[in-house]
Write a protein that binds this ligand. Structure first.
Ligand SMILES: Cc1cc2nc3c(=O)[nH]c(=O)nc-3n(C[C@H](O)[C@H](O)[C@H](O)COP(=O)(O)OP(=O)(O)OC[C@H]3O[C@@H](n4cnc5c(N)ncnc54)[C@H](O)[C@@H]3O)c2cc1C
Length: 417
């Protein structure tokens, strides 16, 4: 594929891609318009940078996720999207989490922040569109329907990206700085850096994620209002979170061998395995699906480091966290706040060396390593429901332990800002 500016193609006007490499180069080209990419675009545009934001999908789009935004994440969105627009999104406030086990035991914990701020149940189509619209309103140029395949490297540094439109036609973008915000299994990270797992391989089974939106006809079978449920099954769990529009999002992480066993038929898998947890079974029995299942394979906890100058990583492309603590969205946006000053410094100095990238990386680790470790510990404890059964025997003490765990995943100093 050539790295020349693209020649306008018959379909270029339709997707706007002909603007990507025409005229003045961008200061920053961000690949991925999820929460980390849009947050980064907002922060850079506010500082006056000319930004291109490129995504393979078209918005609003659904996305596999538990759709629980932590109180700290609510604070981050409120900083990024002003005028209380998140509060008017229709999202459902979340103040507690309850864990249920196959033996019918229950643990409950407060998840509201120290300032009383609640978390939020909000669909990814609504949350991601809110952030993207704000980026657009600040002058960020958004290019949808372009799948980036890799970096363009010249003189030992990344100077752009190449990819394809939906029609299959090649496209390139050049910018002073490239940002990989293309999520877990990032194509850009794979081609420009090193990714390593945080857990020893083989320590736990390979997991896959699944998600579906439901209407629960029987309110008594639904999650209690204000509560996100985590319903444990052998080797994994299925969460339930009310979101806007009277829907409940069901989202879980289960061993990949189950997907193989049921040959990818997730309805059959649900019918066979959900009765293993009676709270989940009651919810599933009362459920009317409102859309298809979404799945993602190979859910691992990984961290990435750059091997080439010219490219920063953010969000899941920078590092993932076990989903169970509900910290991924929050880290995606707070991570953009951590990394944006390094990007702006690079743009001001017109020079990007590996030392700057490594400094950004150290800042990210300093901010997030503790919560990544804690969420991993949560995961390991919860895939053995007997530990939760044991903790539930402590009564209020068990609930307090769970609350403490969730509190420690936050950065208390920043909760009140
Ligand atoms: C099962 C599961 C449940 C989860 N539940 C929660 C939860 O309840 N709460 C929470 O806080 N976190 C949760 N997470 C984590 C959360 O989803 C992620 O941490 C978050 O989405 C990361 O945001 P991001 O912007 O980095 O990446 P993403 O949200 O993945 O966005 C990446 C974007 O890049 C685009 N893209 C990908 N490849 C390309 C390409 N080659 N070219 C162009 N564009 C591309 C995609 O279309 C996408 O829009 C969960 C994760 C899993 C696996």
């Amino acid at each position: 594929m050539s790295s020349d500016p693209i020649v306008p193609a018959p379909d270029a006007t339709a997707d706007g891609a002909d603007r990507l490499d025409a005229g003045r180069p961008f200061d920053a080209a961000i690949v991925g318009a999820g929460p980390s990419g849009s947050a980064m675009a907002i922060l850079l545009a506010r500082a006056g940078a000319r930004v291109a934001l490129i995504d393979a999908g078209r918005f609003p789009r659904d996305k596999l996720c538990g759709e629980y935004l932590s109180p700290e994440g609510v604070g981050a969105v409120d900083r990024l999207v002003p005028d209380g627009r998140l509060a008017r999104s229709g999202g459902r406030p979340i103040r507690s989490v309850r864990l249920t086990t196959p033996r019918g035991r229950v643990l409950e914990a407060e998840v509201a922040g120290p300032d009383g701020r609640a978390g939020l149940g909000l669909s990814r189509s609504a949350l991601d569109a809110l952030l993207l619209d704000e980026a657009r309103s600040l002058g960020v140029e958004v290019f949808e329907g372009i799948r980036v395949s890799g970096p363009i490297v010249a003189g030992g540094r990344v100077v752009g990206v190449s990819g394809r439109r939906e029609s299959g036609r090649p496209v390139t973008a050049h910018a002073s700085v490239i940002l990989a915000a293309d999520g877990r299994h990032s194509a850009l990270t794979r081609r420009s850096g090193a990714t390593r797992p945080r857990s020893l391989p083989g320590l736990r089974p390979r997991l896959f994620g699944l998600k579906r939106h439901l209407i629960i006809a029987d309110d008594a079978a639904d999650e209690p209002p204000g509560t996100v449920g985590l319903h444990l099954l052998p080797g994994g769990y299925v969460g339930a979170c009310r979101v806007e529009g009277g829907r409940t999002n069901l989202c879980g992480l289960l061993p990949e061998r189950l997907s193989r066993q049921y040959r990818g038929d997730l309805d059959a898998l649900a019918e066979a395995t959900f009765p293993g947890n009676r709270t989940l079974a009651a919810l599933w029995d009362a459920a009317q699906p409102t859309g298809p299942w979404k799945t993602v394979a190979g859910v691992r906890v990984e961290t990435s480091s750059p091997l080439l100058p010219g490219i920063f990583y953010c969000g899941d492309a920078r590092g993932t966290v076990d989903p169970l603590g509900g910290q991924g969205l929050t880290m995606a946006m707070l991570g953009a706040e951590v990394i944006a000053p390094f990007v702006l410094r690079t743009l001001a100095q017109r020079d990007l060396d590996l030392a700057t990238l490594r400094a950004a990386q150290r800042a990210w680790h300093a901010r997030f390593d503790r919560r990544v470790a804690l969420c991993r510990a949560f995961h390991h404890a919860l895939v053995q429901p007997s530990l939760i059964d044991l903790a539930s025997l402590l009564g209020r003490g068990g609930n307090a332990l769970l609350s403490l765990g969730f509190t420690m995943t936050r950065d208390p100093a920043r909760m009140l800002s």
